[in-house]
Write a protein that binds this ligand. Structure first.
Ligand code: HEM
Length: 118
């Protein structure tokens, strides 16, 4: 698929990255207003979609556009930064090379305008 996918060790590595990131996002008090009360399955689906977007993989989403999916959530720039940072930190912790982590950050940056509405 994509170089970073291989660098993570394929689907097992991606699963680990999803788990690590999931715990970071859920434990972050500043992100709680958005993620509180959303059930675990949906949250994990969110993280997989998030990673697919980050890695440039096939878009395996429910059909809604990224903008539609986040419509009316009043997501702030700061919240967007924290979610992206949680992924980048998780990838770095898992041993993904700095350049590849930076490339993920840039790819996600392209989605900011569709997601941030506050
Ligand atoms: C680049 C970053 C992001 C991507 C690629 C992404 C992707 C997605 C996708 C694809 C969905 C729809 C899932 C579905 O239709 O089943 C979704 C829903 C959602 N996103 Fe994001 N998201 C991003 C950033 C954020 C941020 C920054 C927040 C909050 C701070 C957020 C909070 C949510 C919430 C609460 C939902 C609804 C969950 C649900 O009820 O299913 N997302 N996101």
């Amino acid at each position: 698929m994509h170089a970073i996918y291989d660098e993570l060790g394929g689907s097992d590595g991606v699963r680990t990255a999803v788990a690590v990131m999931y715990h970071r996002v859920v434990a972050d008090p500043e992100l709680a207003p958005w993620f509180e009360g959303i059930d675990v399955d949906r949250l994990q689906a969110h993280q997989r979609a998030f990673l697919a977007a980050a890695f440039g993989g096939p878009q395996v989403f429910s059909g809604r556009s990224i903008g539609e999916a986040h419509h009316g959530m009043a997501i702030t720039d700061a919240a967007f930064d924290r979610v992206v940072a949680s992924l980048m930190t998780a990838l770095a912790d898992l041993g993904v090379a700095k350049e590849a982590v930076g490339a993920v950050g840039e790819r996600l940056e392209d989605l900011r305008a569709d997601i941030v509405t506050a």
